[in-house]
Design a protein around this ligand. Structure first.
Ligand code: HPA
Ligand code: ZN
Length: 338
């Protein structure tokens, strides 16, 4: 079958990814290999059984398996291998810059020292830049189902390593855990010079997006798709060019939308929002970045202009330097006008 011409463009364009949980890139094959290497037992007979279990009806039904899967990650080398595998996939998708999340509390709660995941991830990111030319940022997420005090304890453990952490985020179970629960923690992070992002408006209401902006000073909103329930909020997001890191296949798999054809991605762009496409937890949701873009192109019949806008937005919304952003935008312009 011949490829749709826009699909060729999607695969060829240089892209930035801004919403990727590194623990969510743990493929079932690696889960089994690490379980064996570390003597951890898994409640699955084989890789096929793991994949068969990936049928979710909500964010929580996914998180239960995501945290269980992460239990095979013990050593610095495990975190290196996990991150390196993601970077190779990213490279194959022409991702040239990635800003990834990690969840330290998922690991420190199992008795792993804070420094272990950080060192393994950082070593892989350094190799990714040296060997694959992929630049990166690392964002430490707080788990919102835990207490703010637990978040403060994690920030305390992070203090010696703040030079290796580019920002903070907020993830895990959204409903019942509004951003306001973490206002003091994020104020402290701001004092320490850590820029913030937050998941909001995935399953939670538009009011959580307001809170993320006003109480956490979130510079981007992760997901944010429920913003369209509040036209005043959409106006603000557009006026301030606050990016939304949208994850379409994640939204589909977690039943945030019932059908990709009903996703509001096009509506977000049409409203002038700085939205772009990301893979979130690709090992669990059925695809990396290009698979997400290709699926949206097909389901929503995206135009070339919309695709290019999404990719340009990924660089605009990144934490790259102004010069690097300009270089990538120029590269895209050159590719479109050879
Ligand atoms: N939402 C909230 N928490 C998460 C997600 C998500 O999509 N992925 C990993 N942790
Ligand atoms: Zn996420």
């Amino acid at each position: 079958m011949t490829q749709h011409p826009l699909d060729t463009l999607i695969t060829r364009l240089p892209k930035a990814e801004l919403h990727l949980h590194i623990e969510g890139s743990l493929e079932p094959e690696m889960m089994f290999a690490l379980a064996q290497r570390n003597g951890v037992s898994l409640p699955y007979a084989d890789v096929a059984a793991v994949r068969a279990a990936y049928q979710f009806d909500s964010l929580q039904s996914f998180l239960d398996l995501y945290y269980a899967g992460a239990s095979v990650l013990l050593t610095e080398q495990d975190f290196y291998d996990l991150t390196w595998a993601y970077l190779e996939k990213a490279h194959a998708d022409n991702i040239v810059h990635t800003e990834i999340f990690f969840d330290p509390q998922t690991h420190t709660a199992r008795g792993i020292d804070f420094a272990v995941p950080l060192a393994g991830i950082r070593r892989a990111l350094a190799d990714g830049e040296a060997q694959l030319g992929i630049t990166s940022k690392l964002i430490m997420c707080f788990l919102r189902h835990l207490s703010e005090a637990d978040g403060f304890a994690t920030l305390e453990q992070a203090q010696p390593y703040l030079a290796q952490i580019d920002g903070v985020g907020l993830d895990s179970s959204e409903l019942g855990h509004p951003p306001s629960k973490f206002a003091r923690l994020f104020a402290r992070c701001a004092e320490l010079g850590l820029p913030a992002v937050a998941h909001a408006g995935e399953e939670g209401p538009a009011s959580y997006i307001w809170e993320a902006l006003d109480l956490l000073k979130s510079r981007r909103i992760d997901h944010g798709v429920r913003c369209t329930e509040d036209p005043i909020l959409v106006q603000r997001l557009a006026a301030e060019r606050i990016p939304l890191t949208v994850c379409p296949l994640s939204n589909l798999k977690l039943c945030v939308v019932n059908d990709l054809a009903q996703h509001n991605l096009r509506e977000l762009l049409a409203a002038g929002l700085c939205a772009m496409v990301n893979s979130d937890d690709p090992a669990y949701f059925g695809g990396y970045l290009n698979t997400n873009l290709l699926a949206c192109r097909a389901a929503l019949n995206l135009t070339q202009n919309e695709i290019v806008q999404l990719v340009r937005n990924s660089f605009e919304a990144s934490w790259l330097s102004a010069q690097a952003k300009q270089n990538w935008q120029q590269r895209i312009t050159q590719m479109l006008n050879p």
